[in-house]
Design a protein around this ligand. Sequence first.
Ligand code: 6PG
Length: 259
Amino acid sequence: MAAVHHPPNPPVIHNFASSDVLVENLATFVLRAQKDAIDKKGRFTLAISGGSLPKMLRGLIGNPASKWDKWQVFYADERVVPLDHPDSNHNLCTQELFSKVPIPSENIHAIDVSLLDDLEELSDAYEKALIGEFAQKDAARFPVFDLILLGMGPDGHTCSLFPGHELLSEEDRWVAYLEDSPKPPPKRITLTYPVLNHAARVVFVATGEGKADILSQVLDNPEAGLPASRVKPVYPGQVFWFIDAAAGAKLKETPAQNL
Ligand SMILES: O=C(O)[C@H](O)[C@@H](O)[C@H](O)[C@H](O)COP(=O)(O)O
């Protein structure tokens, strides 16, 4: 029987009255995804970005439903700096979340800092860590993350995928590097679209009035192809936007859709 090609699902927008309400609902959403993943295959695979996102996961701290020993966490993008550097996403996530919950340190996949001087080797090594987690266990061409948690910059970038950058057309690699990030620091690694677009769920979190203009471009004018608009996981994968009223103020429609 010929394979049926289903178009990607349109994004689901959850628009909350405040960022505190968003935080509570995000925790509920993550825990539902966790349960679904553990019920199916005994582990929960996530990718997490930096910026304001780690703080938005604070609703999970002290939550007895979190099965931290089942989490396998990768970084959606990472700055190529030592792990205790103020620019490190691993450092940020550790401060905001991982140091406050009982997650085994071996379940958190940080970059190999012995390779900081060789970006290609560093990103290859990170790709190998992903292959170890996914290709060997799931035997798939691209990893299927249970959940990828992303932010969006004021230019519409996500992960370290910036407007007009050549990495927007990467179709093969799982992890790529760049030395010319317009947002400092310049040296970074990032998951690529084939990875983002094979995830079961991708959640963008955008709050505050500073995100209102770019959010309306990304959601109401996806044809413009801004990096965040290009995240369209293959069916049955799903993109969700968790936004607050301030970020959603310029959208054509702002459905107050709770979970
Ligand atoms: O490491 C990074 O630079 C981030 O992963 C980046 O992609 C971030 O998510 C956006 O720039 C949004 O950042 P804010 O949430 O701080 O606006």
